[in-house]
Design a protein around this ligand. Structure first.
Ligand SMILES: [Fe+2]
Length: 343
């Protein structure tokens, strides 16, 4: 539960601009008590880390995202011309977007409404998929084991589906198809994907504890750290591979709930700069200026996608070594930049 209700204006100020008082940037001591609740320590709220080799099935990365849009062509221009994804058009109503050797990472579908259709998390094998589905079912979550047709639509070898506590469709899969053709970015961007997945998702949720339980206790994510965006408004950042976070969440009142933003990481600062110039030139709506995040040290900016949520585009994010990592707490989201006013 969030400690106290936060106002929508406060959320809009913090996410995705995440640009509160930057002059006060400092890292709070690790394992301090929760400064807002004053009731639970980090250690008490941190689930047991699952050691490698303990045969616990877990998610290994963010595999794909399925998004709905009223304007597929706008997505092609936005994703390909500005951010360097490679488009594979499947008729006027569907666009696959590639970032690497996989056949797609973003599946854009024509719809009457904008938004997210599904978030796809990758597991390592059929056995892991079944084991994780069983873990969810044992906790009372309804899991649908999809057949060949649905798996082919997603271009995966096996697929299960369930809804998160806020009703967002979540999919688990293994065996995402690779494309025989080499990935070629229209802008020359090289994306940081591979075993770290395609990037991250930040979701505003109704009940923090419900999401902590789902992602950390059941799906096997590990705590990375916390950011106190504002009094009563804390982000929890979690990882499932060395990428600093693949899933982050914070409690928020409606109508702000849902996936606030996604993140793509590129290997070169120049790729971020070139895309930033395109956005400043009017090819997309800037929602948060260039800046450096406190916890994952990502150098990034945010823009609005044609589906309404934001895209964070950045480079140089921190990688986590679970053998030595201890979660920290931050009182600002950014060391500098990330101003909502942009520019
Ligand atoms: Fe982010």
């Amino acid at each position: 539960m969030v400690c106290q209700r936060v106002e929508r204006a406060e959320i809009e100020h913090c996410v995705p601009a995440l640009g509160t008082d930057r002059s006060q940037a400092r890292v709070l001591p690790r394992h301090t008590r929760h400064s807002r609740c004053g009731s639970r320590s980090l250690r008490e709220t941190t689930p047991q880390t699952k050691d490698k080799g303990d045969n616990v099935s877990t998610v290994v990365g963010l595999g794909y995202l399925i998004v709905n849009t009223t304007d597929v062509e706008a997505w092609r221009e936005y994703a390909c011309d500005v951010f360097g994804l490679q488009g594979v058009e499947l008729g006027p109503d569907r666009l696959l977007l590639r970032m690497d050797d996989k056949s797609y990472r973003l599946d854009v579908r024509k719809s009457e409404v904008n938004g997210f259709q599904a978030v796809g998390w990758e597991v390592s094998s059929a056995a892991d998929l079944e084991a994780l589905a069983g873990t969810l079912e044992a906790d009372g979550i309804a899991v649908t084991r999809e057949g060949v047709e649905a798996a082919q639509d997603r271009q995966v070898s096996g697929l299960v589906r369930f809804s998160d506590p806020d009703g967002q469709v979540v999919e688990l899969f293994y065996g995402l198809k690779k494309d025989k053709n080499r990935f070629v970015s229209p802008t020359g961007a090289r994306f940081s994907t591979g075993t770290n997945g395609l990037g991250h998702v930040f979701q505003l949720v109704a009940d923090e504890e419900a999401f902590r339980h789902l992602y950390l206790d059941l799906l096997g994510f590990r705590l990375s750290d916390y950011i106190d965006f504002a009094p009563g408004f804390t982000g929890t950042f979690t990882h499932c591979n060395p990428r600093h976070h693949s899933f982050a969440y914070a409690a928020a009142p409606p109508p702000a709930r849902g996936i606030n933003h996604i993140m793509f990481e590129v290997e070169e600062l120049d790729s971020v700069g070139r895309a930033y110039d395109c956005v400043l030139g009017g090819k997309a709506v800037l929602t948060s200026s260039f800046g450096k995040h406190s916890n994952d040290e990502m150098l990034s900016f945010y823009s609005q996608t044609p589906s309404g949520f934001a895209l964070e585009y950045g480079t140089a994010g921190v990688l986590i070594d679970d053998a030595t990592w201890t979660p920290a707490r931050y009182d600002v989201p950014s060391y500098w930049g990330h101003s909502r006013s942009g520019g």
